[in-house]
Design a protein around this ligand. Sequence first.
Ligand code: TXA
Ligand code: MG
Length: 328
Amino acid sequence: MTDTTPTLQGSLYNASQAADKLLSGGVVVFPTETVYGLGACIRFAEAVARIYEIKGRPTFNPLICHISAMEQLDELVQSVPDSARRLMDAFWPGPLTLVLDKRDSVNPIVTGGLDQVAVRWPKHPIAQKMISEVGHPVAAPSANVSGRLSPTRLEHAWLQLGSLVDGYVEGGVAEAGLESTVIGWENDQPVLLRLGALEVETIEKCLGHKIQTPASDKIKSPGQLLKHYSPLKPIEWEKPRASTDDGECVLLTLQELPTDRARYQSVHALSQRGDLRSAASQFFEVLHRLDDSSARKIIARPLPPQGLGNAMNDRLHRAILSSQSAHR
Ligand code: TXA
Ligand code: MG
């Protein structure tokens, strides 16, 4: 008897095979420099619909379209504000997503019915090769079940999605380890829709001014309204005073302090040097690992409130909100 149990090994594609699969209406997991994505060619509405189904994602939460050449931008958007052009020149390819007015021809399934479309040009060479061979934008959310931790390694995606998708492309450990920063426009002014792998301070330096958060609810990123990025284990912020429970908990922190070992079952420092970029690249990886550990609870110590520290704190905050409602 042959064993027909699906294996990750048996579902691996290279970039060209993945492009062929996408061009026949399939969905594949592929690497980017931020996190792994679950992609479909935007020309195949049924394949895009399958992404929502596979992830258990509400259809009002739109997807990012990934491009590999400026010409593909024309397939998606009507016009590009000057400030958006400046950001594209400075940061594409890279971990920055821009939300712009969409063309009528873009299927509303991609944008969750909104008039704007999110666009990103990823830096990962395998993603670029795959999208180039598709020749059209590839719609892709992060390759996790809705609400769960984002995958920074192929195995993370495989463990959550298994044989629900048509194939997987290996691309190593995601370099940035956090999702892209998302910027939209409100009254011609750039607004921050999601903190992410490109520091807000860096974007502000390029623009020459501060970026606001959106004033109107209408243009807020629907994904930001949802609780998100959750481990399955309970997670909470560190309390100032030690408690007897602490001995059964693991601490997630940027750097370990001398008293931490005596207080917690174990301590996980994201970067003993205190380097936020290196911490961000480890962030989801460590959360996946802590989720699988024997600890009863994950205790999170806030990261320094700057740059990528803010992006990680934002994800921890959402994970903690989710945990509070799940473990009440
Ligand atoms: O780094 C990333 O951005 C990864 C990789 C795969 O590119 N993708 C990713 O996608 O994180 P996802 O779907 O997990 O998050 C996309 C975010 C959501 O918060 C969504 O609401 C927002 O972008 N978004 C997408 N389209 C939008 C639109 N038209 N208007 C406002 N927000 C939008
Ligand atoms: Mg996501």
